[in-house]
Design a protein around this ligand. Structure first.
Ligand SMILES: [Zn+2]
Length: 297
């Protein structure tokens, strides 16, 4: 499964001219029945890209929207759960790539919700993905102007519900990991929505378009390690084993919530860090740079 994901990322990196979504991504945009993850937190995304609805009596927050073509599917999922698309008051984002931000402009005009973005990703949103440090103009999406900028660690609040942004740059310059808390089966649970840590076709070492990339990834992984996590979620379902966990939830609806998975979160960070270090080492060798000293084992 992970291999497919890497393949799709590589496909994205290598397409000469990418419209809003390419054939390789069509599989990601297949409909997925919405479901409750815990408490007021719902999955309203599609098979391959996530979207999360956080419901409050005063209105709802939506984290990620998928491709431009995903918008009607997310809207249908919100309705299917018995909620109203017009109640989405705040739009949030993991990162400004076309497969997560592509539908923001359409969703914003459909709901008049306020879009809050990280300062690192706001310019890329306004450019509609143009002049991306890795994809150039190949991964465009309808441009959208944020209504406000987030501050690192300062929560977005709606009727007592808090979503807190943690800036974890690398995958994009404004990649944002979000946290909140929910009550699940009588317990308070920390939720982490991890931003992507993959490096699809990236030159992570000495990249003139993003000189601090490698250090940013490393700092971001350290930041993410410091976040308390019970419920582990991410921008792509396969990053947190959604299908397996959902099958388990359906099988044992009254059992322990399978989305509570601190070990899975740690494994995701460990695996991402290993891949990053291996890529950096290989690229460093290729560039004739001396490999940085590592601890001997
Ligand atoms: Zn991405």
């Amino acid at each position: 499964m992970r291999r497919i994901f890497v393949f799709l990322c590589m496909a994205l990196a290598s397409f000469p001219a990418l419209a809003q979504y390419a054939p390789a991504n069509a599989d990601w945009n297949r409909p997925m029945p919405p479901f409750r993850i815990a408490d007021n937190l719902y999955y309203v995304g599609v098979k391959g890209v996530a979207a999360y609805l956080i419901v409050t009596p005063q209105g709802d927050m939506l984290l990620d929207i998928g491709f431009r073509e995903t918008v009607p599917l997310v809207e249908a999922s919100i309705r299917k759960l018995g909620f109203h698309v017009g109640d989405v008051h705040i739009l949030l984002l993991s990162h400004a790539h076309f497969d997560h931000a592509g539908g923001l402009a359409a969703m914003k005009s459909a709901t008049h919700a306020r879009l809050l973005a990280s300062p690192g990703d706001a310019p890329l949103l306004e450019r509609g993905g143009r002049d991306d440090f890795a994809f150039g103009d190949r991964a465009r999406f309808p441009p959208v102007k944020p209504d406000g900028l987030l501050q690192n660690g300062v929560p977005v609040r709606l009727d007592g519900v808090e979503m807190t942004p943690h800036f974890t740059p690398g995958h994009t310059k404004g990649c944002t990991t979000w946290t909140t808390t929910v009550r699940d089966r009588g317990q308070e649970r920390h939720v982490v929505f991890a931003c992507s840590l993959s490096t699809p076709g990236y030159q992570v070492v000495n990249n003139p378009k993003y000189p601090g990339m490698l250090q940013d990834y490393k700092t971001s992984i350290a930041t993410m390690r410091g976040l308390p996590c019970d419920i582990f979620l991410a921008a792509h379902p396969e990053q947190f084993g959604m299908n397996r966990k959902l099958a388990e939830l359906k099988k044992h609806p009254d059992g322990p919530n399978p989305f509570v998975d601190p070990a899975g979160y740690k494994a995701y960070l460990d695996e991402s860090e290993t891949e990053l270090n291996e890529k950096a080492a290989a690229q460093g060798r290729k560039q004739g740079i001396q490999k940085p000293a590592t601890t001997a084992h």
